[in-house]
Design a protein around this ligand. Structure first.
Ligand code: PEP
Ligand code: MN
Length: 293
């Protein structure tokens, strides 16, 4: 352990790495997040229609994704933008699970919606804007589903771990952390992917860590290379936006991959995943932070 972090996060005792607990696996059906597999979640930013979601679900499953993403309740920067289909969107997600067997991850924005969304979702997503919504985090403590906790766009890693601890203390230890880019002075990308967050979080916490290259980049051209970077720094998986026709998407079209681009990205990722598998065996020597296991 790098002495800089020695003890810094130990107050978050349920999520901090200890000698007894170095790694936790979040189980979703037969999928293990934080285990030896690199788990890819993919799908549109928002559920827009049954045909849009089903087509996407089939395409991402064929390309190797294990989990389908899609927002039914959308937090938008503008009150005039598409806000999601709500319950209708949840029903479409359920149908996509029946058709493809993919597990479902979808966002919950309010503590009032937790029970409803937990009926449809396999993983409850907390978005960047909600990372410090403590009423929501506490309600997720007893939702009976794993939680995908996205880093707030202005949150430090300590803030992220504090929110994870709130969910765990409220009764739910099944938390997956997600680095999705933070606000910096840089404007060429939508956010700045803090790639160092992955090895730091894997060093100080036992929780699984995934990367969202789509919201970090804001443009689809960068998504494959950021995904490869995530794979080699030891992330446990990705959450990626994919749309049948990105230019017609109701949200986040610029950063959404086409089916063909997603297929190619998954194929191109494989040598990097193989490299990471080798690195896992030698991790103490290869990871800059050292001693991550
Ligand atoms: C999303 O996943 O579509 C989303 C809104 O993500 P974030 O909360 O990271 O902006
Ligand atoms: Mn989005």
């Amino acid at each position: 352990m790098n002495p800089k972090w020695n003890g810094q996060f130990s107050c978050f005792d349920l999520v901090a790495k200890t000698s007894e607990r170095s790694r936790s696996v979040v189980q979703v059906g037969d999928i293990e997040i934080g285990g030896n597999d690199f788990v890819v979640m993919a799908g549109p930013c928002a559920v827009e229609s049954e045909s849009q979601l089903l087509e996407t679900a089939v395409a991402v499953a064929e390309a190797g994704a294990r989990i389908l993403r899609g927002g039914a309740y959308k937090p938008r920067s503008s009150p005039y933008a598409f806000q999601g289909l709500g319950v209708e969107g949840l029903k479409i997600l359920r149908k996509a699970r029946e058709v493809t067997g993919l597990a479902i991850v979808t966002e919950v924005m309010s503590e009032e919606d937790v029970d409803l969304i937990a009926e449809y979702a396999d993983i409850m997503q907390v978005g960047t804007r909600s990372m410090e919504n403590y009423a929501l985090l506490e309600a997720l403590g007893h939702c009976g589903r794993p939680v995908l906790l996205k880093r707030g766009m202005t949150a430090t890693l300590e803030d992220l771990l504090r929110s994870a601890q709130v969910i765990a203390v409220s009764g739910n230890p099944q938390v997956i952390l997600c680095e999705r880019g933070i606000r910096t002075f840089e404007t060429a990308t939508r956010n700045t992917l803090d790639i160092a967050a992955v090895p730091v979080l894997k060093t100080v916490s036992h929780l699984p860590v995934i990367v969202d290259p789509s919201h970090a980049a804001g443009v689809r051209a960068l998504v494959p290379v950021l995904s490869r970077a995530a794979a080699v720094v030891g992330a446990d998986g990705l959450i990626v936006e994919v749309h049948p026709c990105p230019e017609k998407a109701l949200s986040d079209g610029n950063q959404s991959l086409t089916f063909g681009e997603f297929r190619r990205m998954m194929k191109d990722l494989q040598p990097y995943l193989d490299l990471e598998q080798e690195a896992r065996k030698l991790r103490p020597q290869l990871l800059a932070v050292g001693g991550a296991d």
